[in-house]
Design a protein around this ligand. Structure first.
Ligand code: GLA
Length: 511
């Protein structure tokens, strides 16, 4: 009887893990069902890995914004950017979070506006306990609702919430309360949990957030560490069943391009992050990026694997000594991504059969090398490859010669700010453009819900891009300030998967 109960309990556990884990149909409600965010892994840049707390300030973040734009990373999908721990706010006597104006003279709202106007999204950092990790800044404990309202006022689009100084706090209850406070604050944002795997967030956090750290920090600030990154890779790999659209395992911000790593190591890490559908938060100094790093971070064929609408986390299907073959990453067009990672200090010969990848032996497949940008085939049975030392070969296999890229979306601005010129009724207009760096054309974006009476939104196609025209009519409005956040929705047409909701702000000042 005991045995039976045990078996039954085990099967229930497996069934529930499977249901929850499946990218197709998570059993419980997701936070992303509520806000439509992070349907593919978030992409952006965060300062911690290179800078630690110093010298994080407004100037540094703005320089990084400009460097990101110059590098072409925005068009490749990188969007979220902002300060990590580094005294950007303090708690004033009245309990309110207040900008540290010495470091951020435009205020944290001013920095957010700048970031939005440059076509990027605003990321901020806080902690679930009484203090942030180095005790430099206040945590949210006891101020959850006030603080989330403040982050909404600063117009954050992404919030990383650390787990330092949380003695005695229940982790599920704490992050659930923070989720409730975020929803209550009324501005949808990506909730990034940072408990380094403490409390096994992959088992419960999809209901309250969009991504969770699975391990400790990837490096000490400024000290990229290949071995620690590889340990993290293998720990994160095991959790593949828990990831999917709107809920991601986060193996930490990337170290690609930091001093001390070779080009092959950078390429390997980036490929591994993408095959695992990991959030792509760059951590290198974008102002001094080499051309090789820039090309790695903006390789659209590899990014397309990460940003695939099905959101499967690929994992190891075979490991022989220091050589691992990674697959089980079915992509939106029916193709599959495959990665071979050679940790030897010498080249390794590898043979892969179509059968071990889940294809039939006689399948006739085209093979696309995602780093060399070359297609071979059609080929039957399998492949033999020579992988250089500490390097990868990343492939996409398909029965068709076509290797479409899913939509990779960016915008020229996320903030339209208008001022009326007269007290008489006026018609104002402002537009933004949604770019798509993928090859799959998107249907027209649709406005979610109804905008306020003073705003009408029209969307038109411009080739693969779309123009969002906003007509504002001030008739009937008394003088003052008006603001709304518009949400647009779309569906990727091949997989029929929802795109991440697209949010932008419109504000007007009426005379
Ligand atoms: C923790 C996080 C890091 C970083 C630091 C800031 O260690 O895991 O990513 O945010 O805190 O102190």
């Amino acid at each position: 009887m005991r045995k039976l109960t045990g078996t039954l309990a085990l099967s229930i556990l497996f069934i529930s893990i499977f249901m929850f884990a499946s990218s197709d149909q998570p059993a419980s409600k997701l936070r992303a069902d509520y806000d439509g965010l992070a349907m593919t892994p978030p992409m952006g840049w965060y300062p911690w890995n290179t800078f630690g707390q110093e010298p994080q300030n407004e100037r540094l973040i703005k320089e990084m914004v400009e460097a990101l734009l110059r590098s072409g990373m925005r068009e490749a999908g990188y969007a979220y950017i902002g300060p990590d721990e580094g005294i950007c706010f303090y708690r004033a006597e009245d309990g309110k979070l207040t900008t540290n104006l010495e470091r951020y003279p435009s205020g944290l709202r001013g920095l957010g506006d700048y970031i939005h106007q440059r076509g990027l999204k605003y990321a901020l950092y806080t902690d679930a306990g009484t203090l942030t990790c180095s005790k430099a800044m206040p945590g949210t404990k006891g101020y959850e609702f006030e603080d989330m309202r403040q982050f909404a006022e600063w117009r954050a689009d992404y919030l990383k919430i650390d787990w330092c100084h949380t003695k005695g706090q229940d982790i599920v209850q704490t992050y659930t309360l923070l989720d409730e406070a975020q929803r209550g604050a009324g501005r949808p944002l990506v909730h990034s949990l940072c408990s380094w795997g403490v409390g096994e967030p992959w088992k419960w956090a999809a209901a309250v957030g969009h991504l969770w750290r699975t391990t400790g920090d990837i490096c000490e600030p400024g000290k990229a560490d290949w071995n620690s990154a590889i340990e993290i890779v293998f720990a994160n790999e095991k959790l593949f069943a828990y990831a999917g659209p709107g809920h991601w395992n986060d193996p930490d911000m990337m170290i690609v391009g930091m001093p001390g790593l070779s080009e092959a190591q950078n390429r390997s890490l980036f490929s591994l992050w993408c095959l695992m559908a990991a959030p792509l938060i760059a951590g290198n100094d974008l102002r001094q990026m080499s051309e090789s790093t820039r090309q790695i971070l903006t390789n659209l064929e590899v990014i397309a694997v990460d940003q695939d609408p099905f959101g499967f986390q690929g994992h190891i299907i075979k490991k022989d000594g220091q050589v691992s073959i990674w697959g089980q990453k079915k992509l939106f067009d029916g193709s599959q991504a495959v990665l071979v990672f050679n940790q030897n200090n010498s080249p390794s010969e590898v043979t892969i059969s179509w059968e071990e990848l889940g294809f039939s032996r006689e399948a006739s497949l085209y093979v696309r090398d995602l780093w060399k940008h070359q297609t071979n085939g059609p080929i039957t049975r399998g492949l033999s490859l020579t992988v250089p030392p500490n390097d990868v070969i990343m492939l996409r296999l398909s029965s068709s010669r076509d290797f479409p890229l899913p939509p990779i979306v960016s915008a020229d601005t996320y903030l339209l700010s208008l001022r009326g010129k007269s007290s008489r009724p006026e018609k104002l207009s402002a537009s933004l453009t949604i770019h798509n760096a993928g090859t799959v054309d998107l249907p027209l974006w649709k406005v979610h819900g109804s905008p306020p009476s003073w705003l009408s939104v029209k969307i038109t196609k411009r080739g693969k891009n779309q123009m969002v025209t906003n007509q504002i009519n001030t008739a009937g409005l008394s003088s003052g300030y008006y603001h709304t956040t518009v949400r647009l929705d779309n569906t990727e047409p091949i997989s029929k998967r929802p795109m991440s909701a697209f949010y932008y702000d419109v504000e007007i000042e009426v005379k």
